[in-house]
Design a protein around this ligand. Structure first.
Ligand code: FES
Length: 142
């Protein structure tokens, strides 16, 4: 399996690993197939994501995609984070082997879950913004 240099680099030095105390939104998603779990913490001020951290028990591809995803949304408005797709994350990493593509879905879903949690804490129904969070577990492709 060939990984791009960017994937290897983010896997070796993942950005924004950890947790945020007093986070404004926390999202956790899991994958029933491989048992991988992803937890995402967001700090949000005035609609801007000022800090983001993640923790995962996922594979290398999950670590690399989460690292890149957090870099892409840090300092950005919530609206930008809502638009982030796993495809954009994979492109920013110069691609992923096809069988690992679905690992990148964990990051996207964890960000959405954390934003949904943020809206809920504000007393706002998250569905119009975040959409329906699918009950379907993301598939790892393994
Ligand atoms: Fe489960 Fe990649 S996230 S194998």
């Amino acid at each position: 399996m060939i990984y791009s240099e960017k994937v290897m680099e983010h896997f070796a030095n993942p950005r924004n690993v950890g947790e945020i105390e007093n986070a404004d939104g926390v999202g956790e998603v899991g994958n029933a197939k491989c048992g991988d779990i992803m937890k995402m913490y967001l700090k949000i001020d005035d609609g801007i994501i000022t800090d983001v951290k993640f923790k995962t028990f996922g594979c290398g591809a999950a670590v690399a995609t989460s690292s890149m995803a957090t870099e892409l949304i840090k300092g950005k408005p919530i609206e930008d984070a809502l638009k982030l797709t796993n495809k954009a994350v994979v492109e920013a990493l110069d691609g992923l082997p096809t069988v690992k593509l679905h690992c990148s879905v964990l990051a996207e879903q964890a960000i959405k879950a954390a934003l949904a949690d943020y809206y809920t804490r504000q007393g706002v129904d998250p569905e119009p913004y975040v959409g329906k969070l699918s009950d379907e577990e993301p598939s790892c492709g393994i």
